[in-house]
Design a protein around this ligand. Sequence first.
Ligand SMILES: Nc1ncnc2c1ncn2[C@@H]1O[C@H](COP(=O)(O)OP(=O)(O)OP(=O)(O)O)[C@@H](O)[C@H]1O
Ligand SMILES: [Mg+2]
Length: 332
Amino acid sequence: MTATPVRLPISNAAGETVSNMASRPARKMIQIEALERRFPNPNGKGETQVFGDVNFTAHEGEFVCLIGHSGCGKTTLLNILAGLDKPSSGYVFVDGKEVSGPSLDRAVVFQGHALMPWMTAMGNIEFAVKSRWRNWSKAKAIEQCQKYIDMVHLTGSESKKPAQLSGGMKQRVGIARAFSIEPKILLMDEPFSALDALTRGSLQDELVSICQATNQTVFMITHDVDEAILLADRIVLMTNGPRARLCEIVENTLPGDRTRSDMHTHPNYYPMRNHLLEFLVNRSKTFAKEIAADGFDPRNPPVARPQAGAQAATRLSAASDNQSATTEKKAS
Ligand SMILES: Nc1ncnc2c1ncn2[C@@H]1O[C@H](COP(=O)(O)OP(=O)(O)OP(=O)(O)O)[C@@H](O)[C@H]1O
Ligand SMILES: [Mg+2]
């Protein structure tokens, strides 16, 4: 049985309970600046921009979800963060260092489990651990693997191969493998989308527990609005492609100790949910008109805090968050 995750409720200066993002430490783990990706057109003439002018910063211990319609460039963005793809222009820094290729600092959980079928669950995780810490003894590596196998509740299934595991169990091995190398950031591309609702729910709970235990920074793509509200401190909204834009950052206004079973009873739940659905149904398509009326600074995208009783999402400045890593580098 999976334990219900508990996040500490956080109070602001006025004593009100707010999202656990209020406790974010200042260390910037992900900095994305003026990022653009173009692909050559299939007819060989010219290129199409998938997305452009993407600017975003995430801090250590923060859980960020990215939401946008199919084809807007979410996986492409995640692949660039992972170092598996290169930007056409712009920069990505992880913990202050520019990303130039894949690294064990950044673990990826793919939509499919991406396990090696000839290896056992333990073998798959051990392979990653041995790549990370090459001089570790077999016993030390196994101890590290077992810690994360136990954390995802797979104790007893260590010697099973992927074909002998259920879909949810395979995803758990993928998650254990990603956490076992203690990466600076964890990148997840719709990790639970192929799973049934019950399995998805228990894996979400496990993810929350592990993230709290390890203060893991997570960047996760999802299409599931409730999943984003449960897991994320902030939700990044991307408009439809081509030429998609990161158009808004939504701060989670639910308390940090929310759980799957009680979050829908919080007064801010429906404002959050409606705001995200309104984006997916309407605003993701009509963003160009919205910015023509309102103006838009891609270096400082608007921040929304959907709350009960509020007329509309409040827009706040995110200027301090998006201070350029290149500028900081020059200043130091
Ligand atoms: N290697 C490539 N060459 C050419 N075009 C590509 C390549 N990779 C992705 N694209 C295009 O970039 C766009 C974004 O693709 P991407 O896979 O990032 O979308 P996505 O937002 O992850 O979609 P989904 O929600 O369906 O997973 C699509 O139009 C896709 O065809
Ligand atoms: Mg994708």
